[in-house]
Design a protein around this ligand. Sequence first.
Ligand code: TYD
Length: 209
Amino acid sequence: MTSGVFVSFEGVDGVGKTTQVGRLKDYAEGLGYEVVVTREPGGTPLGAALRQLLLHGVSGDDADIAPRAEALLFAADRAQHVAEVVRPALERGALVISDRYLDSSLAYQAGGRELTQDQVRELSMWATNDLLPARTYLLDMDPRASHTRLEHSEDRMESAGDGFQQRTRQAFLDLAAQEPARFRVIEAAGSVDEVWRGIRSDIDGLLAR
Ligand code: TYD
């Protein structure tokens, strides 16, 4: 059994997840929590190698990764991440904050491409031995606005086009509507402080449990 608290952040690229993850970490550490900040893909050494393949392709070969292969590689990253980082930290009683988790696979691999959500969910639940976050913050904003915030050149997922990003946003919103107990949708177009206030107003109840 786990005694820690598992929280994930989701949203389309450029909505400011990483900044808010940092805010939450500082806040929870101030309350005396051990906080483990991690991310997908790439939260482990194996995951870092998978991340490179997923986001930048296989070197010397610009052929597309087939949708089923892509879903399996994200699931492999997740399996290693949960086994090596997330579960051990939860067993120590830590707050684990993951920048993306299984909802990203549901939104990106099933929401926009040829696989169904049930297939992708089953894959992730198998990969993680059924580990879901206690809370998922969906930072929501129009992808056309969030993309202008990106500070690096686009990777393979980010360059997939506006239609894909819009479908992904909608897929996240639909997931949140399906699981209102786990999700909180946070309007992400405001300032860093405004977005943080939205998270802050929810997190105390979760940490006090
Ligand atoms: P992220 O680390 O948020 O990107 P960056 O550090 O460049 O801001 O995510 C990398 C990309 O991977 C992002 O476009 C979403 C995508 N992704 C999936 O398609 N499926 C998944 O299961 C995960 C975890 C991420």
